[in-house]
Ligand binder design. Structure first.
Ligand code: BGC
Length: 451
């Protein structure tokens, strides 16, 4: 059952990736039907991250009030409605609206899906299950690139948008068969339903009573404390907020979405002006991103979070600086190094910097602050996503590719320092054990699994 739950919840990730990537492949035929100014184009493209930002802000309160599953069902409905709406539009402003709705769904689901998985998973495979969410994002990106390759011709953008409704419906259908998160039910004082839910998730009653009483012990203590966004500033919660928000800041400022959205232009800038080379290299980037994320799912629960993060930031920093050096010293370094280094960058990202912020934001917050905490982390994800995607063309024009990539590289080096100073090792620890450490008042970064 837990695998089914993780699979269903991960459809949200697929939709996240698909809605990110589809605009790149849909825009040539869309523009032929609806010529648009740069401003309208920008607003239409940005409507998804903007909607996602709003969805992420709303998600915390909504999910604490209505539960994980019901918010996801609402998101699934919005996904399907937004996709069909976008496919059928007759005026551009309706497309902007439809993409805002899609963004809203992405933002809600981006907070609640990993939360739902993490609260339902047994701890031995929790990291890997939450990482399926990241795998689904990367699959969504490749799927959108491939849809763009397969569906061609005038008006094909309508089909590309409509395809997004299919996983939306499947998502809704799957959710109908799933139980509510046992942790949320305990928090609402519905212990019996929580036990039923956990029995279904674990496929039997073994250990269920013990797990429920462990959750209840923590939930009971919580009701006396601050809840909601105010709780995030409490000294025992704030270090978790720093980790959640900080990791997404670093993830986005590592420049990932400059690469995901602008890969063809980057190759062009690096001197590969043949269109086919650009497209193939872009599909290559999407594929490496997807395949390496599979490896990450295994490594996260075997290597642990901290070593993997340090290795990932070191790899992305080295690749970015190598690209910058190749661009600056064309007589010394051949230009193919740019392609190889960009693939190395994506691999380093996908093995660590991509999935780990999603995994860790679902682990570090104490139960009472988990909804608002994950909301804030997602706001950081979408806010900085938006900033990087918008500023990249300007940075490119004003400072050039080498300087921009060097900046991203320096931020990745800062990511190593941040990990060592602030990020705990949560591998193999129950969510309750992580919470006990926060309460003890000891620095969060000192948390280690007890052998
Ligand atoms: C990030 C997205 C990014 C994706 C690429 C995710 O972890 O949050 O912004 O586009 O990785 O694989």
């Amino acid at each position: 059952m837990i695998y089914f739950l993780a699979g269903v919840a991960a459809i949200a990730g697929l939709l996240f990736g698909y809605d990110e990537g589809v605009i790149a492949v849909a825009s040539p035929t869309l523009r032929a039907d609806f010529p648009m100014s740069a401003l309208v184009d920008g607003f239409m493209t940005a409507a998804v991250p903007l909607g996602a930002l709003i969805g992420a802000i709303l998600a915390g309160r909504l999910t604490d009030r209505f539960g994980r599953r019901r918010v996801l069902m609402a998101a699934a409905t919005l996904f399907a409605a937004g996709a069909l709406g976008a496919a059928m539009i007759e005026a551009l402003w309706v497309l902007v609206l439809a993409r805002l709705v899609l963004g809203l769904a992405v933002g809600l689901a981006a907070v609640v899906s990993p939360l739902y998985i993490s609260e339902s998973a047994p701890l031995s495979i929790r990291g890997a299950l939450v990482a399926t969410y990241q795998l689904a994002i990367t699959f969504g990106i490749v799927a959108s690139y491939l849809t763009g390759l397969l569906i061609t011709g005038p008006g094909s953008w309508r089909v590309m948008f409509a395809v997004g409704a299919v996983p939306g419906f499947l998502f809704l259908l799957g959710l109908l068969f799933l139980p509510e998160s046992p942790r949320w039910l305990v928090l609402r004082g519905r212990a019996e339903e929580a036990a039923d839910s956990l029995t279904r998730l674990r496929g039997g009653q073994a250990g269920v009573a013990a797990e429920i009483s462990e959750i209840a012990r923590y939930a009971g203590a919580e009701t006396k404390a601050d809840t909601g966004f105010a709780a995030l500033l409490h000294p025992t919660v704030f270090p978790a907020l720093v980790v959640g928000v900080g990791l997404f800041f670093l993830q986005q400022l590592s420049g990932i979405n400059a690469v995901i959205y602008y890969a063809p232009q980057i190759f062009n800038h690096a001197g590969f002006d043949d269109h086919t080379t650009q497209v193939l290299a872009t599909v290559g980037i999407g594929t490496v991103n997807f395949v390496v994320t599979i490896l990450a799912m295994w490594l996260i629960d075997h290597w642990g979070r901290r070593p993997l993060l340090v290795a990932g930031f070191a790899g992305t920093a080295a690749s970015l600086l190598l690209i910058a050096a190749t661009l600056l010293l064309p007589s010394l370094l051949p230009s193919w190094i740019v392609i190889v280094a960009l693939l190395a960058y994506i691999a380093s990202f996908a093995v660590s910097v991509g999935p780990l912020p999603h995994v860790m934001m679902s682990e570090v917050f104490p139960l009472r602050a988990r909804g608002p905490g994950m909301s804030m982390a997602s706001v950081s994800n979408w806010g900085f996503n938006f900033i990087v995607v918008f500023s990249f063309p300007l940075l490119l024009a004003d400072f050039g590719l080498a300087a921009t990539f060097s900046l991203f590289g320096v931020i990745c080096i800062a990511g190593i320092g941040f990990t060592l100073l602030r990020v705990p090792e949560t591998n193999g620890l129950s969510l309750e054990r992580i919470e006990a450490h926060l309460r003890s008042g000891q620095p969060l970064a000192l948390l280690r699994p007890t052998p």
